[in-house]
Ligand binder design. Sequence first.
Ligand code: 0O2
Length: 228
Amino acid sequence: MDVILVNWELMLLPYSQAVSELIAKAKSFSEGFAGMSEPSPIETVEGRVKSTESILEKAKRKNIPIDEIETKMEDIAGIRIICRFVDDIKKVVEFIRERDGFDLKIIKEHDYIENVKPSGYRSYHIIIEYPVITAYGKKNVLCEIQIRTLAMNFWAIVEHSLKYKYQGQIPEDIHNRLLRSAEAAFRLDNEISEIRGDIIEAEHKIRAEHNRRAANPQIPPPPPRSFP
Ligand code: 0O2
């Protein structure tokens, strides 16, 4: 049997660079909305490089040979873009599509919002190939971009923890509760979408008032607020 030795630190370096660069690009896109009438569709951006332990576990689970990990495992580098409103997901997807062929290449898209996973998972995934120039030269790395709402994210984090706790074998009653909460999160997203206009208008007013006071220190500060 051939033994393949992997220098993980060196192998993961371009992935970590890709994650940093993609986070910076998404943040700068989001900051570009400052002062515009439409707020940024991006609430937060986070990213991570899969741990060696997690790469090996997934390779075993998916039967991926160690020497094919870089071409077959699509989420060694991962970016997660969180939106407030379901409609914002489409805008972020468009932003990524516009970059296709420019500074990244879209390999495939998975719409787990239209095609909800049997677990109840909802999210929009885009797998991209991203070129990085490292001290060791140029390299194209695969990266998974997950785009989801705050509600979808909350659900996915909880479900992920339970999957970890039960080592993938979630008991039926908890599984059923998770399915019901996934639907509740989806209804919450839809309800919030209905009042999106009101929320944005309210935020505009608060921001305008804040700017007015910042520009004019003579205006007395607002009375201290109490909890509702
Ligand atoms: P981790 O620990 O988050 O990195 P496939 O394309 O279906 O053959 P793959 O590569 O698992 O297999 O792709 P998929 O299904 O699109 O999932 C990729 C990632 O999406 C997962 O990575 C999770 O982060 C997330 N995901 C997918 N399904 C679920 C789900 O049912 N629940 C939760 N909480 N997250 C999910 P990992 O490596 O599985 O996990």
